[in-house]
Design a protein around this ligand. Structure first.
Ligand SMILES: [Zn+2]
Ligand SMILES: [Zn+2]
Ligand SMILES: [Zn+2]
Length: 362
């Protein structure tokens, strides 16, 4: 993620910001260039206008002259609470921030984001609230539609779930990155089939295995002993599809965080006598043209540093995972799948914009 700075004073600024915390200039995020632009100055904003959902904390911009008053992220949200419950709308605003960060991460990876209005089975997000009256809200992905339970944006609820399920990490962004993994598994691996699907099944198992049986087994007898030697998380042991989605989420976590470190100018010089690492680690903004072992070597050391930084603040690991060799192979597969799907225009607005890698309809 490139460093976003206030267009007026140049201070670094959060992607979610509506105004610069330093000089208070109202800002909006231009998803096309992935930069911040000032909102109070027509000359600065150029041909951009704020998304109509700005009152719901959306800071994205839309073309001023275009027909759309809602940004890409708000339009790809297919269903949302109807507005009757202010608490639901607060949760929606929090979840939508994670959705926008997901989309920026995918765009940083040059992955095509084909929405439901462009293609049957395109991406859509149903952001529903089990605590706000929506019935049977189950987080998941089916035919491109990703359902997220807005209750997960309540810190106390999500943390209780995390502890109950014995998870090391549970965030709204993590949910989005996992679920979109199911979508890309379908689009980039299962649909094309052939060697990529064969290799995927070698690594992850056969995704056609009964999901219900796997689910029953997972919750009745738990995970296999020694699972951490083969999987990135306990949940990944449940079914080949879940292993893929968990691994895909990790690929996003890793490259997004490395990119942020790179854009922030981070370089790590290991102290003398460090056997684990004997070179200066300079993370890259993009790893698209290097093999995965470069990603991994950088990440292992950066993650150690970030974990130590967290410990200094009295927090647990930022990245509470270890990556055993079988998971390295799975992540390496993700790296190749993502690179093969590269497109120069990630936010697809019409059929002509669908890249060839996603245009097969099998
Ligand atoms: Zn400023
Ligand atoms: Zn918006
Ligand atoms: Zn899943």
């Amino acid at each position: 993620m490139q460093v976003l700075v206030c267009p007026k004073c140049g201070m670094p600024i959060r992607m979610e910001s509506l105004a610069c915390p330093h000089c208070e200039t109202p800002v909006m995020f231009d998803p096309g260039l992935r930069t911040m632009v000032a909102l109070d100055d027509d000359a600065e904003a150029g041909d951009l206008a704020p998304c109509a959902n700005r009152t719901m904390l959306c800071n994205w911009a839309v073309p001023r002259e275009g027909e759309q008053h809602l940004c890409f992220a708000c339009r790809i949200t297919r269903r949302r609470p109807d507005g009757g419950d202010p608490a639901s709308l607060d949760r929606l605003a929090v979840a939508s921030q994670a959705l926008r960060r997901l989309l920026v991460g995918l765009a940083d990876l040059d992955l095509p984001i084909v929405p439901f209005w462009v293609q049957q089975g395109g991406l859509a997000f149903d952001l529903l609230d089990s605590k706000g009256g929506d019935q049977n809200v189950v987080i998941g992905q089916a035919n491109g539609v990703i359902t997220i339970d807005l209750a997960e944006s309540i810190d106390a609820h999500r943390e209780a779930q995390r502890v109950n399920l014995g998870e090391a990490y549970r965030t709204m962004l993590g949910h989005f990155r996992h679920e979109v993994g199911h979508y890309y598994s379908w689009q980039l691996v299962e649909k094309p089939g052939g060697p990529v699907l064969d290799e995927c099944r070698e690594l992850f198992g056969d995704e056609r295995a009964s999901y219900q049986e796997a689910l029953d087994k997972h919750y009745s007898s738990g995970s296999p002993a020694g699972w951490a030697n083969d999987y990135i998380s306990e949940y990944a042991t449940m079914h080949p599809s879940e292993d893929f989605a968990e691994t895909f989420a990790h690929y996003q976590h890793i490259v997004a965080t490395l990119s942020t470190a790179a854009e922030g100018g981070l370089q790590l010089v290991p102290p003398p006598g460090t056997h684990y690492c004997n070179r200066t680690i300079a993370p890259r903004a993009s790893y698209a043209d290097v093999p995965f072992d470069v990603v991994l070597a950088d990440w292992r050391w950066v993650a150690i540093f970030l974990n130590r930084a967290n410990h200094s603040m009295g927090k647990e690991d930022l990245y509470p995972f270890r990556i055993p060799e079988p998971v390295v192979a799975k992540l390496e597969f993700m790296h190749r799948v993502v690179i093969a799907a590269h497109t120069s225009k990630p936010f697809v607005e019409d059929v002509a914009g669908i890249p060839a890698t996603l245009s097969c309809t099998a």
